[in-house]
Design a protein around this ligand. Sequence first.
Ligand code: SF4
Ligand code: SF4
Length: 157
Amino acid sequence: MSKDPIERQGLKPRFWEKKPLNKLTQKEWEALCDGCGKCCLNKLEDEGSGHVALTRVACRLLDDSDCRCAQYDIRHQFIPECIVLTPDNLDTHAYWMPKTCAYRLLWEKKPLYDWHPLISGTPESVHDAGVSVKDMTVSEFEIPIEEWEDYIIEEPS
Ligand code: SF4
Ligand code: SF4
């Protein structure tokens, strides 16, 4: 079994069902991320309709071999605009988050999927379920923004 890059040891079983999001500890909050990598894909938003299209053009820091940010702890040195999601700003961001994102699901009062690593016990289950961006992205370094439209995809779900 591969090592989980997100620290999930020692957490109470199904803690997310027992506490509101704004009462979670920082470790619990971070552990909710399933590691799908979909929030690190560039999106195209139609200003008129508000529709958000997902592309497979990824942030330059995403490593799609494991769907992790290559410089997570110091990412803002390179990508200042990378959003730090918190319980307080979830209302603002939930609309563009992936439909399977644990933060969005809980914000919508929906349960997590069985493939979530907190339930399955392994980070591989998110890839095995086909809901991550593993090995399917191109870097924003390689694709000019005018061509992103050609890379629009349906959300893997
Ligand atoms: S979309 Fe949500 S669950 Fe997936 S990597 Fe981003 S924050 Fe984590
Ligand atoms: S800086 Fe890291 S966490 Fe932020 S979008 Fe890019 S890859 Fe994702």
